[in-house]
Every structure is written in structure tokens, then in C-alpha cells.
Design a binder for this molecule. Structure first.
Ligand code: PLP
Length: 404
């Protein structure tokens, strides 16, 4: 059981007012809120530890380095990576994806094939388009079906000996669909293709085991996991990370530098040029500790109940259509009401203190597929309540009356 009162008390922002009303925060798929325990870690870092890491002989630098490397181990354990150095700390999912795309620009040849899916976030589309332009590789897209799932038969037919890489999100941020990642990975591996999973939207709800999945690369952002913005991770199998060239040149990522030749540092430092987001990395670890303290299974169970309740209540509203009704779904509801513009609905909800997202959710191809400009997206977290869902439903009803 989840002690919702106690949990909500951990999040200072949840007690603020918006437009004179108690805030209802349903934009968790864009970013999650931060508990006091994580805020305290950031304050403590700047109050007590602040120093550059990895290079200093002095006490502060050593303590900051230890805290940063301990966070890496926390992240490693959370994702069950075999080694801490298989966790690269980045500025977030987008940078993690670009790091891999940049690395593969030296490893691909014209005629190689890459596969993405129709359900991707722009950050898992654009870097691969750029990679294809650079290398002459060809991009193929797994089509989606009307209920918001991937056409797995089409995927199987796309795979061949030229397929080098497959990139899909673990969970779609626009629709909440949980993709059949085991099947995607196993089928790709049968052709010796490598798989990158974009876990930005999955990790707030699901604890992935990268070794059990046998996935090649897995990426996520701390800010969707109760952590700060500007930090994220890339997991890669060490033998694959070894074969990729460095992403950026600079300090921290070198072993020796002369003007004739530079040799690169070992993993993970080869991919971590410059001074990283030290406070953010440490807070990322604290955020995972916080979520694991509640328990990812407990979180998933509670959110599934919220999702079922919200889906049933919203569906009672005449003319309301939900986009994405996969059986396997996380707590995201994308919807429209009749021909009302999602932006107008979202603006009225905001006046009532209810935060939802409207628009294409960085997934324009999905909106094109449904032939809509966008949706209203309500995305739930474990700190949301059934009463808040009631306020959303009442808010939508009221907005519909006002707009008609
Ligand atoms: C949020 C999100 C991203 C982008 O994450 P950033 O933190 O903005 O880099 C990528 N993919 C999915 C599925 C997302 O939900």
C-alpha cells in the first residue's frame, strides 16, 4: 500500500496554489516533481561539498568524487548493469541518443539499414535522420496501428542482414503504450542488429533490468524520475561502448595529451568530457533511492489503478476520444473532445489550476497518423490522487460547456 498523504508531504510544490486553486499536476510525462529529500541533496552539495571531481587531492574534491561515483553505482544497481562503468552520465535522454548516433557515424556504411518506430519522440527520430544523411544508411519506420501499438509483423519483415541498429522507445510519451521490447530485442539480435531503448517515459513506472533484457543501449532522464533537470544516463554494454569513438573532446576524457597524439580515458570517462552536472548526478542517485524506497512495484500498481479510474471517468464525457488504447499502457491519457482544440481545453483547465499538456508532445508523426493537430495529455504519477482525477473530469466537463 502506498501512503499517499505521507508521499504528498514530501513534495513542496504540490501544496502551492495556481490561479487560486490547489495545483493538480498532470504533466508528469513532461517532467516529474521533486521531493524534499532530493532538493536537500542538491542544497547539501552546494552547502558542503562543492568542488570539481576526479582531479583534486583535497578533501572536498575527494568527497564530491565519492558522492558522484556512488550515484553512478546507485544507477547501475537500479538498472542492473553489470558494471558501473557501463553507466555514462549525460545531460539527459536527448544527449544520450546523440552520443550513440554520433559514435555510429563512423561505424556505418552506405546501404546499412536502421529501424525506428512510428511511436518515437522527436529526440529518437531526428538524430537518426541526421546519421543517415551523414552515412548513406537507410531509415525504416515500424508502422503503428489504430490502438497505438506497433505493427510487429511489419517489423519482422523489415529485418534483414543489412539491419544494423533498431531504436524504439520502451514506452511512448504521447500515448503511454508499453512496447513489446523483449520481442523487439530478440528479433533484432537474430540478425545481429543492436538495439537502443529510449526509456525516458518507461523509467518513472517500470524498473528495467538491462541484463535480463540483453539490451545493447538504454537511455533515460533524471527529471522524469523525481530528479533534477540537466542530467541523465546512457547504459551501454561495455564491449559496444569500447568500439564507439568519443563523443566530445575535452578535459576528463583523455588519458594522455600531446600535440602529436591523444589517448582516451577508459570507460566511463571517455564519454564524459568536461565538468559534469555534479550536483545533478548525485541528486539523480538520491531520486532513484527515493523511488525505490516507495517501491517500483507499489508505484506501478497504484498508477495502474489511477489510470483505470481516470480512463473510465473520462470516457463518460460525451464526445471524448482517447488516443492510444493499448492493453499494456502506463499512466498517460491522450484525448480530445469532439472538434474542440486541445489548446483551448488546456487553457481553461489551467485557469482551474490543472496542469495538462496540449499539442503534439514531440511526436508529430503520431498526430499525423491520427490526422489531428494534437491532443490533451494527462499523465499521472504516484503522488497524484483519485480526487485530483475527479477535478480533471469535472474541469473537462466545465470547459466543454464553456467552449460550446
Ligand atoms: C522526455 C522524452 C525524451 C526527451 O528527454 P529529454 O530529457 O528532454 O532529453 C525522449 N524520449 C521520450 C520517450 C521522452 O518521454
Amino acid at each position: 500500500m502506498l501512503d499517499i498523504k505521507k508521499i504528498r508531504a514530501d513534495f513542496p510544490i504540490l501544496s502551492r496554489k495556481v490561479n487560486g486553486q490547489d495545483l493538480v499536476y498532470f504533466d508528469n510525462a513532461a517532467t516529474s516533481q521533486t521531493p524534499q529529500q532530493v532538493i536537500d541533496v542538491i542544497v547539501d552539495y552546494y552547502s558542503r561539498l562543492n568542488a570539481n571531481i576526479h582531479r583534486g587531492v583535497h578533501r572536498l574534491s575527494q568527497e564530491a568524487t565519492d558522492a558522484y561515483e556512488q550515484a553512478r553505482i546507485t544507477i547501475q544497481k537500479h538498472f542492473n548493469a553489470a558494471q558501473p562503468y557501463e553507466i555514462i552520465l549525460t545531460s539527459g535522454t536527448t544527449e544520450s541518443i546523440n552520443l550513440i548516433a554520433s559514435g555510429y557515424s563512423t561505424l556505418l556504411e552506405a546501404g546499412d539499414q536502421l529501424i525506428i518506430s512510428a511511436l518515437e519522440h522527436h529526440s529518437n527520430i531526428v538524430p537518426w535522420q541526421m546519421l543517415c544523411e551523414k552515412t548513406g544508411a537507410e531509415l525504416k519506420v515500424i508502422p503503428m496501428t489504430l490502438n497505438g501499438t506497433l505493427d510487429m509483423e511489419a517489423y519482422e519483415n523489415m529485418l534483414n542482414s543489412k539491419t544494423k541498429l533498431v531504436f524504439v522507445n520502451h514506452v511512448s510519451n504521447a500515448l503511454g503504450t508499453v512496447n513489446p521490447i523483449e520481442e523487439i530485442i530478440n528479433k533484432a539480435h537474430a540478425y545481429n542488429a543492436k538495439v537502443l531503448l529510449d526509456g525516458a517515459q518507461a523509467c518513472p513506472h517500470i524498473k528495467p533490468d538491462v541484463q535480463a533484457l540483453d539490451v545493447d543501449f538504454y537511455v533515460a532522464s533524471a527529471h522524469k524520475l523525481c530528479g533534477p533537470t540537466g542530467v541523465g544516463m546512457l547504459y551501454g554494454k561495455s564491449e559496444l561502448l569500447e568500439t564507439l569513438p568519443p563523443y566530445q573532446g575535452g578535459g576528463e576524457m583523455i588519458a594522455t595529451v600531446t600535440f602529436e597524439k591523444t589517448t582516451y580515458a577508459d570507460l566511463p570517462h571517455k564519454f564524459e568530457a568536461g565538468t559534469p552536472n555534479i550536483a545533478g548526478g548525485i541528486a539523480f542517485g538520491a531520486a532513484l533511492d527515493y523511488m525505490n524506497g516507495i517501491g517500483m512495484d507499489t508505484i506501478a500498481r497504484y498508477e495502474a489503478e489511477l489510470l483505470d479510474y481516470a480512463t473510465a471517468e473520462l470516457k463518460k464525457i460525451e464526445g471524448l476520444k482517447i488516443f492510444g488504447e493499448a492493453i499494456e499502457k502506463t499512466a498517460v491519457i491522450s484525448f480530445n473532445v469532439g472538434s474542440l482544440h486541445p489548446y483551448d481545453l488546456g487553457s481553461i483547465l489551467d485557469q482551474m489550476g490543472i496542469a495538462v499538456r496540449t499539442g503534439h508532445h514531440c511526436a508529430q508523426p503520431i498526430m499525423d497518423f491520427f490526422e489531428i493537430p494534437g491532443t490533451v495529455r494527462a499523465s499521472f504519477s504516484f503522488y497524484n490522487t483519485f480526487e485530483e482525477v475527479d477535478r480533471l473530469v469535472a474541469g473537462v466537463r466545465k470547459a466543454v460547456l464553456m467552449l460550446h
